[in-house]
Ligand binder design. Structure first.
Ligand code: URA
Length: 242
C-alpha cells in the first residue's frame, strides 16, 4: 500500500508545477480530491485509486507515467524540433512537465504506436535489443514486394553504417504492396534503410505493435492513453512472430 503524501507533493509529482505553485492551486480552490474540493495543500492523502481534478481537468494519479500515443504524420519525436512540430505539443502540459520521454523515436512521417514514460528503467528495458521485444511495422511500398525481398529481409540485411546485419524476425505480406514486418532493434531509419537495401522503398510506415501490445483500435490519431499493469505485461513480452 502506497504511503500517503501531502497534496502539494502529489500535485508536484504529477507535473502541475513547482511545489509553491501547487499549493497556490489548492488555495485558489482549483483542486478536487476524489470529487471533493481540497482546502489544505499539506493534507496527507492516499494515492491509491486517486482521482484529482485540477483547474477543471480530471487527472488520474500515476506514480510513474506510462502512456501509449497514436502518432500522426508530420510531427517530430523530440523536444527541440528542427522542421516540424513536436509530438510533445500534443500532450497535456503536466505529462511534459514531469519529464515524459519517447521510448524510441519514430520518424516525422511515420505514424502509429509510440510509448512514452518518465520511468528511466522502463525506457531502458524496452529499448535494449537484448530483451528481444519485437515491433511490428506496416510498410506500404511503391513497388510490389517480392518473395526474394522478403527472404533477404529475414536472412539479414547489411546497412551502410554497421557490418553486423539486421534481421526481420517475421514478415507477413498482406497485399501486393503491403508488408507487416517485425524487427527487434531500433537503428536509425532502420525499416526504410532495410527496404532500400533489398531494392524496394517505403511509401508510408505505420507501427502497430510493440511486444504483444497492439495499438487500441479506438485510440484516434494524435491521442494518448494511460497504460496499466496488464498493458505493461503485454509490452514486455518478446515476440518473434506475428
Ligand atoms: N524505421 C524507420 O525507418 N523509421 C521509423 O520511424 C521507424 C523505424
Amino acid at each position: 500500500m502506497a504511503k500517503p503524501l501531502t497534496l502539494e507533493k502529489i500535485l508536484f509529482s504529477q507535473g502541475f508545477g513547482t511545489r509553491r505553485y501547487c499549493s497556490d492551486l489548492v488555495y485558489a480552490d482549483l483542486v478536487k480530491v476524489n470529487g471533493v474540493l481540497a482546502e489544505d495543500p499539506e493534507e496527507k492523502i492516499s494515492t491509491e485509486n486517486l482521482q484529482l481534478q485540477v483547474d477543471g481537468e480530471d487527472w488520474e494519479f500515476h506514480e510513474k507515467a506510462y502512456i501509449a500515443f497514436n502518432k500522426p504524420t508530420g510531427y517530430e519525436c523530440s523536444h527541440k524540433t528542427s522542421h516540424h512540430p513536436s509530438i510533445y505539443g500534443l500532450l497535456p502540459q503536466p505529462l511534459v512537465e514531469r519529464g515524459i520521454q519517447c521510448v524510441g523515436r519514430l520518424d516525422f512521417d511515420t505514424t502509429g504506436l509510440i510509448l512514452m514514460s518518465d520511468d528511466g528503467q522502463f525506457i531502458h528495458k524496452m529499448t535494449t535489443p537484448k530483451k528481444n521485444i519485437g515491433k511490428i511495422y506496416e510498410i506500404t511500398t511503391p513497388d510490389p514486394i517480392t518473395q526474394k525481398q522478403i527472404d533477404h529481409l529475414l536472412g539479414g540485411v547489411v546497412l551502410d553504417d554497421d557490418p553486423k546485419p539486421c534481421f526481420a524476425t517475421a514478415c507477413v505480406q498482406k497485399d501486393e504492396k503491403l508488408l507487416a514486418m517485425t524487427i527487434v532493434e531500433g537503428r536509425y531509419h532502420q525499416v526504410k534503410r532495410m527496404m532500400a537495401a533489398v531494392g524496394n522503398h517505403v511509401a508510408s510506415l505505420h507501427r502497430t505493435t510493440i511486444g504483444a501490445y497492439t495499438m487500441p483500435s479506438d485510440l484516434p490519431e494524435g491521442e494518448w492513453r494511460w497504460l496499466y499493469p496488464d498493458d505493461l505485461v503485454q509490452l514486455g513480452k518478446s515476440v518473434d512472430a506475428l
